[in-house]
Design a protein around this ligand. Structure first.
Ligand code: ADP
Length: 412
């Protein structure tokens, strides 16, 4: 059996981390230098477990796609990736694998070297994240086979929010449900909120520990986080990513009574309800057209599509309300951050949200707003108003950086 490299054999400065984000039928991967964030290679294996499974690998401007062979699974994808890395002579630079793990529960507020105990904990937490943690474990097991000599690190999406106080993470449910079954709010998108907060601290030219921020990650999944003295003190997602603002296909907060009504009076089975609130609601459900913000904006602006307009209007109002609600968590506020595919690119969505936040002294410079898209980062606020940054997120870099740092600390 190949011997796994010990953390002391891993040099942070000269090497790269292979970042793996494993879904049930996909694997996203990036080979990143942890100190600079330079991406040496990235790609996506998709449609896994079906005969259309394929992998696309990108290096600089070059892109190569391959069909996967049976058994069309995560292991098959990683075998192609390893072969590709070998041909490019990149394997020698990989010092560790950093895995995005969605749910770390209350156990993990920091990244962890993956051991049997950590694997068992991730497996146990699958009851809180049934769609995500089992897929993350498949990724971990496949990488253990494909990269037997490399240390593997888990970086948890929930970790950044473990600093939330009790008043923010408890539901108004019997306390025993929290104590005995872990039913509480955990929050997600932690690596993204952390990354953009760190970037904002750089713009503010002060340590993150002195920054007070509200960060809106708006992608297919959306969440808003309030950061006090550099730490997450509340966030809109809860025990699952379903809570909070409206999203691409998730409804976000709704009256729990609606669920009973659907089951008791409208003939829904519990699986149908799950599908409805997670896959058929949000922008898609209200518009009846698409979950894709680009499609909806086009339909609204070019075709006067009434329901697309309504979907985007409800979406923005709910996000503005969520941002405003966090004035309860802060006594000072340095600024608001927009990130994620919608936050980074949709000037229309940003305008619509910010125009409802005048009471918090937010106001947009429309020229800067229009100019800041497609990966650009800037403060788009008017001159004397509170800062509003658009910041392109980079969760992969955080995972690479935190994996490398953990291994460096373990080697001391
Ligand atoms: P995920 O949560 O899957 O990582 P992303 O962060 O990539 O999602 O965000 C996807 C969303 O970003 C989609 O709704 C997409 O329409 C939206 N988006 C991407 N580019 C633009 C754009 N130029 N204008 C408006 N919305 C955009």
């Amino acid at each position: 059996m190949t011997q796994q490299k010990s953390p002391s054999q891993v040099s942070v400065n000269t090497t790269a981390i292979l970042v793996i984000n494993c879904g049930s039928s996909s694997v996203k991967f990036s080979l990143i230098r942890p100190l600079t964030g330079e991406t040496l290679l990235s790609g996506l294996a998709e449609c896994l477990l079906s005969s259309t499974a394929r992998i696309t690998i990108k290096q600089g401007e070059e892109k190569q796609s391959y069909k996967l062979t049976a058994p069309f699974n995560h292991q098959a994808a990683l075998t192609v990736l390893v072969e590709h890395l070998r041909q490019l002579n990149l394997v020698q630079y990989i010092s560790a694998i950093g895995h995005r793990v969605v749910h770390g529960g209350e156990h993990y507020s920091e990244p962890r070297l993956i051991t049997e105990v950590v694997e068992q904990a991730i497996a146990q937490l699958a009851k809180l994240a049934p769609l995500h943690n089992p897929a993350n474990l498949i990724g971990i097991k496949s990488c253990q086979q494909a990269f037997a000599d490399l240390p593997q690190v888990a970086v948890f999406d929930t970790a950044f929010h473990q600093s939330m106080p009790e008043k923010a993470y408890l539901y108004g449910l019997p306390y025993s449900l929290y104590k005995e079954h872990g039913i509480r709010r955990y929050g997600f998108h932690g690596t993204s909120h952390y990354f953009v907060a760190k970037q904002a601290a750089k713009y503010l030219n002060k340590p993150l520990e002195q920054c007070n921020l509200i960060s809106a990650h708006l992608g297919n999944g959306c969440s808003v986080t309030v950061i006090k003295n550099g730490k997450s003190v509340d966030t809109s997602m809860g025990m699952t990513p379903g809570e909070g603002v409206m999203m691409g296909t998730r409804c976000g907060d709704i009256d729990a009574g609606i669920l009973f009504h659907l089951v008791d009076n409208l003939g829904y089975a519990i699986n149908d309800v799950d599908k409805l609130v997670n896959k058929e609601s949000g922008l898609l459900g209200v518009s009846g057209l698409s979950n894709d913000c680009r499609t909806l904006e086009k339909a609204m602006l070019e075709d006067n599509h009434v329901q697309a307009t309504l979907a985007l209007t409800v979406f923005c109002y709910r996000i503005a309300k969520s941002i405003a609600s966090y004035s309860a968590s802060l006594t000072q506020l340095d600024g608001l951050i927009f990130t994620g595919g919608i936050g980074e690119n949709s000037s229309w969505v940003r305008t619509e949200i910010v125009k409802q936040l005048g009471l918090l002294n937010f106001s947009l410079d429309e020229d800067k707003n229009q100019a800041t898209r497609f990966g650009a980062s800037a403060n788009i606020a008017t001159k004397n108003a509170r800062a509003i940054w658009v910041i392109a997120t980079n969760e992969e870099w955080v995972i690479a950086e935190q994996s490398a740092l953990l291994l460096k600390n373990l080697a001391k």
